[in-house]
Design a protein around this ligand. Structure first.
Ligand SMILES: [Fe+2]
Length: 189
């Protein structure tokens, strides 16, 4: 498999699906890819870098973004949403995802945490808020699939210390991510 095939499989699946069911088509492709985790990893191996997931996007369109995301040991995101549905296929390493509900006043309520390892899939609806963190010595590497243009949709992030909601601004994201990573655990957990 090469990266063009990866893009084509998702694009083709979405093109043949009505909008509100697009996420099911994407998850269907992800479940097929579970049989070839090394092939997916090889197809994305040319993408270097770490951390800020927007920097590792290799395909963006109005209804689909595909990213390789690499979280090294010790890295934790601030709480954030995606402005659209999102799904993750873990290729190597392991990560914990803490899930939150956004209340009408912008505050967060912690819901639950999921431990993901190689081959795990997590699907998040549009209103989901989460924190992802690497829980392995080796980096947690995953294929992240979003139902929109990851750099074009309005998104929110929350300060990991104050839990104040703000628009996701990549120029401010790294400061929040570093403070989130320095904490002993995800907020409210
Ligand atoms: Fe995320």
């Amino acid at each position: 498999m090469d990266v063009a095939e990866l893009v084509a499989r998702f694009s083709t699946a979405l093109a043949s699906t009505e909008g509100e069911y697009a996420h099911k088509a994407a998850v269907g492709v992800i479940n097929e890819l579970k049989d070839d985790l090394d092939g997916v990893a090889d197809a994305m191996s040319y993408l270097t870098g770490s951390g800020g997931n927007a920097l590792q996007a290799f395909y963006r369109s109005p209804n689909l973004s595909l990213l390789k995301v690499r979280f090294p040991d010790g890295r934790r995101t601030p709480p954030h949403n995606h402005g659209t549905w999102a799904a993750i296929l873990v290729l190597s390493g392991s990560e914990k995802n803490s899930l939150y509900t956004r209340n009408s006043d912008g505050s967060l309520t912690y819901e639950r945490s999921l431990d993901l390892k190689r081959g795990s899939v997590i699907f998040m609806p549009e209103d989901a808020v989460h924190v992802a963190e690497c829980t392995s010595d080796e980096p947690a590497i995953g294929l992240h699939v979003y139902g929109g243009n990851v750099l074009g949709v309005e998104r929110q992030m929350w300060d990991p210390d104050t839990l104040k909601e703000q628009s996701l601004d990549w120029s401010k994201y790294e400061d929040l991510a570093q403070r989130a990573s320095a904490a002993s655990k995800a907020p409210l957990t």
